[in-house]
Write a protein that binds this ligand. Structure first.
Ligand SMILES: *Cc1c(COP(=O)(O)O)cnc(C)c1O
Length: 469
């Protein structure tokens, strides 16, 4: 153990991310951007006392190792071999050049993409589901409970739990189960129990069913059920799929690999693009490149792409808010639309989130990264074009990054120095064909955004003094 710590601090001194790729191409360490940030993010506060949260406050929810990662100032954190073993089943993920797309666009720009859809669950969320399951198992937990709206997080956690022999209970919004029945089947094949929510498993669920036996459910109800399940049993924890620092830490494998893969091709991106819901695939691919920007003076841009119907970075406010609707997380200093804001229905369910990771928010507030909002119709057209030329049907979330990359490639058509673009294709769209069916049938509309509803939701937030380190 001591030796490991020594070699970690050695590596820190070298600040060399190149040495972090193992012989099988999978990173040996996660990269934590916090010590490299020009300004550290504000301190998370207890939602009731507004005092800095302590590790003790987080214990009902997370195992000690994840709590330590959440506030770690170490630049590099070793990935346990038991986690690398599982990740190595599909990592390193492919990094490909989209030559056919470039040709179709008639652009001299080079477009590269990192494809995270090759994980068993079909998205980048497995990169954090696996270590979260592992650290919970290590801490003696027997079971994890979570909610699933769009379904990607439930799918990833079901797979990861199955790998380590943990039971997983997924409370999945009833209407979503009806829309995407095969997600439920996949989760059950990995051994998870899927409860269409509201269910009769919890007080919260039974209360809803008492009022309306055919209640279609909502994300809020599903979260209440998962939280009640986890907090009422000592063998069960709750798990979050985005936003928190430890989640972004786990996702750094995407950028570390991509950085090495670009280097192997003697390339380096001018711009790194990713879609942004809670910010985990964006942080995952962008942070190792931002290391080069902050520490080595590299001139690299990073762009987070969100839907116009849920424009957290581009329209929200930078202030303390709860990370989740249930109020289980601390108050986090982040861009938010207010945790009671209900974004309109859109097909990219994974981007329908009120806040953005505090790390991403802090960097955006200082102008160190950029953000852009795109409309659903334009995004779906880009998905169709990408599928046609590159063969992969993107998840509707990932299609936001595709559209932004296409726009960027077209914008430098007549410039002297064509750009090298790297984007994250965070998942495939095979579970989302219903939404593409809507597009093909001409039934797709642009989801709307109400600034008044956002103001109303922000108006309900407590005004809290910002606490810096
Ligand atoms: C959940 C999800 C997202 C959005 O989450 P982030 O934390 O912002 O990455 C994006 N793409 C896919 C495929 C997802 O499943």
């Amino acid at each position: 153990m001591l030796e490991r710590i020594e070699s970690t601090s050695e590596r820190n001194k070298m600040a060399d991310l190149d040495k972090l790729i193992g012989s099988n191409g999978v990173p040996t360490h996660w990269y934590n951007i916090v010590p490299d940030m020009p300004k550290a993010p504000a301190i998370p506060l207890h939602p009731a006392t507004h005092q800095p949260v302590t590790p003790k406050d987080l214990e009902p929810m997370f195992p000690p190792s994840l709590i330590e990662q959440e506030s770690s100032k170490e630049q590099l954190i070793a990935i346990p071999e038991e986690v690398r073993d599982i990740l190595s089943m599909w990592r390193p993920t492919p990094l490909r050049r989209a030559r056919r797309l470039e040709q179709a666009l008639g652009t001299p720009a080079k477009i590269f993409f990192k494809y995270e859809g090759v994980s068993p669950a079909g998205s980048h969320k497995s990169n954090t589901a696996v270590p979260q399951a592992y650290f919970n198992k290590q801490a003696g937990l027997k079971r994890l409970a979570t909610e699933s709206g769009a379904g990607q997080w439930g799918t990833s956690l079901a797979h990861a739990g199955g790998m380590y022999g943990l039971d997983v209970a997924v409370y999945m919004v009833r209407s979503s189960v009806a829309q995407k029945p095969y997600r439920k089947v996949a989760m059950e094949m990995w051994g998870a129990n899927v409860y269409p929510s509201p269910s009769d498993m919890t007080n919260a669920g039974r209360a809803e069913l008492g009022v309306d036996p055919d209640c279609p459910g909502s994300l809020g109800i599903a979260i209440s059920e998962a939280v009640e399940d986890a907090t009422s049993r000592s063998d069960t924890n709750y798990a979050l799929g985005s936003v928190m620092n430890h989640v972004l830490l786990h996702q750094s494998v995407i950028g570390l690999e991509a950085r090495q893969q670009m280097q192997d091709m003697k390339e380096y991106p001018d711009v790194v693009i990713a879609c942004c819901g809670g910010g985990s695939n964006f942080g995952g691919i962008a942070f190792p490149f931002l290391h080069d920007k902050f520490k080595e003076g590299k001139n690299v841009r990073a762009i987070a792409v969100e839907p116009t119907s849920c424009p957290t970075l581009t329209k929200g406010e930078f202030r303390y808010d709860l990370g989740d609707v249930a109020g289980l997380t601390p108050l986090l200093m982040m861009y938010t639309l207010g945790h009671s804001f209900m974004p309109s229905q859109l097909h990219a369910g994974g981007l329908r989130y009120h806040g953005v990771s505090p790390l991403v928010s802090q960097l955006y507030n200082e102008g160190l990264i950029e953000a852009k909002a795109l409309s659903q119709l334009a995004v779906f057209e880009a998905a169709r074009m990408f599928a046609h030329h590159e063969g992969i049907i993107p998840a509707p979330e990932s299609a936001h990054a595709v559209k932004a990359a296409i726009d960027m490639a077209l914008s430098c058509k007549d410039t002297e120095k064509p750009m090298t673009i790297l984007f994250c294709l965070s998942g495939h769209g095979f579970f989302d064909l219903g939404s593409y069916a809507d597009m093909l049938a001409g039934d797709l509309t642009d989801a709307t955004f109400s600034a008044d509803k956002m103001e109303e939701s922000l108006g309900k937030l407590p005004s809290v003094q910002v606490r810096w380190e």
